[in-house]
Write a protein that binds this ligand. Structure first.
Ligand SMILES: Cc1cc2nc3c(=O)[nH]c(=O)nc-3n(C[C@H](O)[C@H](O)[C@H](O)COP(=O)(O)OP(=O)(O)OC[C@H]3O[C@@H](n4cnc5c(N)ncnc54)[C@H](O)[C@@H]3O)c2cc1C
Length: 335
């Protein structure tokens, strides 16, 4: 389907009432291939739009937004306890998690309740509660938007990093992901080390997949604002990784600072804590604000503009840099 001059209010979780010149949706891969073949050689501004839960539009989008609406969750194969499940790019991520957990298939449970669609999962390498999507992704199927050719990416080719992948780097804007294949298990090794996950589960009496999912969802509902009620895009910034000497200096001034060792050899600091130390938690300027329970979340209380939210994020970045000498990197993509 092709829509012209379309409002994006329902397509972005900040609830911003911006417009796009054109929105093209595809329910089937063949139609998308045909579209890109037909448009080969035509110079036009294109961008893929998923659930819009990691985007901040600072104004109208003058170009074409491509929205994958490919459905279908498929059990591709089973060998012993190992299971391959695939999902179309348009499947709501949490529907996939729910469906696998309900079938006793583990691997995605810690990533319960993250907004957005399946197609964005490899782009973002979503993560939460000690888990990262890249640990389960077996293959990513995508169409090259410049000529309509199909390519399947191995996990190595995806070059996954912390909230990062090749689709955000050298191949940014070049591929429309249509289907993602996950390597899961009917006998999963549960990851319960994050925060109070284990304690909460012990209270429930059993560490079943369903209980892990329930615990994660309860914890997320308690901490994060629901985008249906208050516009937001989750964590606005990434947690920065600093050198051990910088971390040591922070620790000496703030003994309770939340520091974690990072596989890179550096030390990860909770960005929300840095922002809170700068006094931003719960601050509100008109309809743009910083969430009162989690300083990492910038919120639209109703009629803030994308530009106002962006300007607030810049003020936060500057104050953290001034106080701690650390430059925060955005997790949310500013358009
Ligand atoms: C309340 C809340 C909580 C959140 N919690 C978490 C969390 O715990 N962990 C976490 O990692 N994230 C979290 N997020 C961020 C967000 O949900 C994820 O980044 C999600 O994967 C974005 O999916 P989306 O479909 O909305 O993508 P969009 O925001 O629409 O797009 C994100 C990027 O991916 C690209 N893209 C999307 N789909 C495709 C595709 N099919 N092919 C190619 N490129 C594509 C877009 O062009 C864009 O560059 C949260 C967001 C909210 C609102």
């Amino acid at each position: 389907m092709i829509y012209e001059n379309v409002s994006l209010k329902k397509y972005n979780t900040f609830g911003l009432n911006v417009k796009a010149d054109r929105l093209v949706t595809f329910k089937h891969e063949e139609n998308a291939i045909h579209f890109f073949e037909q448009n080969k050689g035509i110079d036009q501004k294109l961008m893929v739009l998923g659930g819009g839960s990691n985007l901040l539009f600072t104004g109208d989008y003058h170009g074409t937004l491509i929205r994958p609406e490919m459905e279908g969750i498929t059990l591709e194969g089973k060998t012993g306890n190992d299971v391959i499940v695939s999902a179309g790019a348009g499947v709501i991520w949490d529907k996939l998690v729910e469906s696998t957990v309900n079938k006793g298939i583990g691997g995605l449970e810690n990533l319960s309740y993250i907004p957005g669609l399946v197609g964005a999962v490899p782009v973002q390498n979503i993560g939460a509660y000690g888990a990262e999507a890249s640990k389960t992704i077996g293959k990513v199927r995508a169409i090259n938007v410049t000529d309509g050719t199909v390519r399947e990416f191995t996990p190595e080719e995806c070059k996954f990093g912390y909230r990062d992948s090749i689709f955000k780097g050298e191949l940014k804007g070049k591929y429309l992901i249509t289907r993602v294949y996950f390597r899961l298990s009917t006998k999963p090794k549960l990851s319960l080390e994050y925060g109070s996950l284990k304690d909460e589960l012990n209270k429930m009496g059993s560490t079943s997949l369903g209980n892990v999912r329930k615990t994660v969802i309860n914890s997320r509902i308690a901490k994060l604002p629901d985008p249906q009620l208050i516009g937001n895009a989750g964590s606005f910034f990434k947690n920065p990784v600093v050198t051990p000497s910088v971390a040591e200096k922070i620790k000496s001034n703030y003994p309770r600072a939340p520091l974690f060792s990072d596989p890179s050899g550096g030390i990860k600091i909770a960005a929300g804590w840095l922002i809170e130390q700068c006094g931003w938690k719960g601050k509100r300027f008109g309809d743009a604000g910083v969430h009162d329970k989690q300083a990492l979340v910038i919120v639209n209380y109703g009629n803030a503009t994308g530009l106002e939210l962006f300007e607030l994020s810049e003020k936060i970045r500057i104050s953290v840099a001034e106080k701690f000498g650390i430059t925060l990197e955005r997790e949310v993509e500013v358009i």
